[in-house]
Design a protein around this ligand. Structure first.
Ligand code: HOZ
Length: 439
């Protein structure tokens, strides 16, 4: 199929009509900024349904999906085990605001795979988890300053909208109006992987916490260099700061047991989300018992939520983690490796500067020769080529994250045949993108 044919056959009439109406109701027509396609231009599509590795838009176009709701759908779309569990639990009611046994069951599974979460608190979004962790770290240490890394995204709480990644990076907004400067000043930043800068800051300012995505997913996919995470642990210990892993994206993806298993470093506090809800709104924060005991009502650090521990969300998470055995994790990892390897080969064949990598089922790529180690380097990748590649892939039926600064994901529903098909479509798409065509 030539590029022209692929674009011509691609009807988006219904999506366009709905988006035109949506723009009147929602800022940018969306309920979360990256969805507006600001990072790639053009019109977002409106999704109708998903099954396994595929999604279909309201015009009937089919896509192999590598966004997977931005990470949670590690079993793919509408997995029968999750649907059955949620439907079964739903028969007994949708929310109580009273403890249920399901919360304890999900917490036990999480603690079994991540034993450093001795005690935890469920919330409904990654933003809430990160915001609560920051408050707790400040309360434990009696210090106000936080250190985060440029391009890392920890949700949209005031303290974290400073040189953030994800939509903030995609839209080129370094910070956000509305965040009181008095608060923003308490959030210090430096480049990811720059241990020397961390050392300098941590020794001159008393830090409550050093927070990071142990593998960055919100500034594009960026891995820590050997020794970086170990170095952060040492500096935190030596300076009295807490080390916080934001594993909302990486949790149950980069390794069966998350970043602690992958890097052999134990954080003091952890935020998790996405996979632990299997596509329903759940997040959690937790860590050492002595720290988590400071949270109300055992301790004075206040945090609450009407829908926290929601039974439907707990059921979704339990069914997802039950299906995500180590064997299943390993097989998704193997397919991710094959996709990444295939993309490298494809780029080499086309003679394009490119690098791609993955850890477990989380992956990413940049149109740039050298490995990317921080967000400044990510910004030097060829984002114009990325945009053309994104659109060319989309009209050929492969949905990639609509931003050069987001990670990709894989699910257990993606078959070997899906990977083969994806690679052949991406090869064709790259050819079209290099010839300057968007479609
Ligand atoms: N913050 C998410 C990506 N890192 C995007 C969420 C969404 O748009 O749904």
């Amino acid at each position: 199929m030539t590029a022209v044919t692929a674009a011509t056959m691609f009807d988006t009439t219904r999506s366009q009509a709905l988006m035109a109406r949506a723009r009147d109701r929602f800022p940018g027509g969306v309920n979360s900024p990256v969805r507006a396609f600001g990072g790639v231009g053009g019109e977002p599509f409106v999704v109708a349904r998903g099954a396994g590795s595929r999604i279909w838009d309201v015009d009937g176009n089919e896509y192999i999906d590598y966004v997977l709701s931005w990470g949670p759908l590690v079993l793919g779309h509408a997995p029968p085990a999750v649907l059955e569990a949620v439907q079964r639990v739903m028969q007994n009611g949708t929310s109580f605001g009273i403890p249920t046994g399901l919360e304890l069951e999900l917490a036990d599974v999480i603690a079994e795979r991540m034993p450093h979460l001795e005690m935890m608190r469920f919330v409904s979004s990654g933003t809430e988890a990160a915001m609560s962790v920051a408050r707790l770290a400040r309360a434990i240490t009696g210090r106000d300053h936080l250190l985060k890394f440029e391009g890392c995204y920890h949700g949209h709480a005031d303290s974290f909208l400073v040189k953030a990644g994800s939509g903030v990076a995609t839209l080129g907004l370094p910070n956000s109006p509305g965040v009181p400067s008095a608060l923003a000043e308490l959030t210090l930043t430096c480049a990811y992987n720059d241990l020397e800068a961390v050392e300098k800051i941590a020794r001159s300012v008393p830090l409550a916490a050093i927070l990071l995505e142990p593998i960055v997913g919100n500034g594009g996919y960026i891995e820590p260099v050997p020794g970086f995470i170990e170095g952060l642990r040492r500096i935190a210990d030596e300076t009295g700061a807490l080390l916080v892993f934001d594993e909302v994206m990486t949790g149950f993806r980069i390794a069966f047991g998350g970043a602690r298993e992958r890097f052999g470093v134990t954080p003091d506090l952890t935020a998790l989300g996405k996979v632990i809800g299997g596509g329903l709104p759940v997040a959690v924060y937790g860590g050492k018992r002595e720290y988590m005991s400071r949270v109300a009502p055992t301790g004075p650090v206040y945090q609450a939520g009407t829908l926290s521990g929601n039974p439907l969300a707990m059921a979704g998470g339990l069914a997802t983690l039950a299906a995500l055995t180590r064997e299943v994790h390993d097989s998704i990892t193997a397919r991710t490796a094959r996709l990444v390897h295939g993309m490298r080969t494809m780029a080499a064949r086309h003679g394009v500067p490119f690098n791609a990598s993955h850890s477990g089922s989380m992956w990413g790529f940049f149109f740039r020769e050298q490995t990317v180690t921080n967000f400044d380097e990510a910004k030097t990748s060829d984002t114009e080529l990325f945009k053309r590649f994104f659109h060319a892939a989309r009209v050929r039926g492969v949905y990639l994250a609509p931003s050069a600064f987001e990670a990709g994901f894989m699910s257990s529903a993606h078959s070997e045949a899906d990977i083969d098909l994806t690679l052949s479509k991406l090869d064709d798409a790259l050819g079209a993108a290099l010839s300057g065509a968007k479609g």
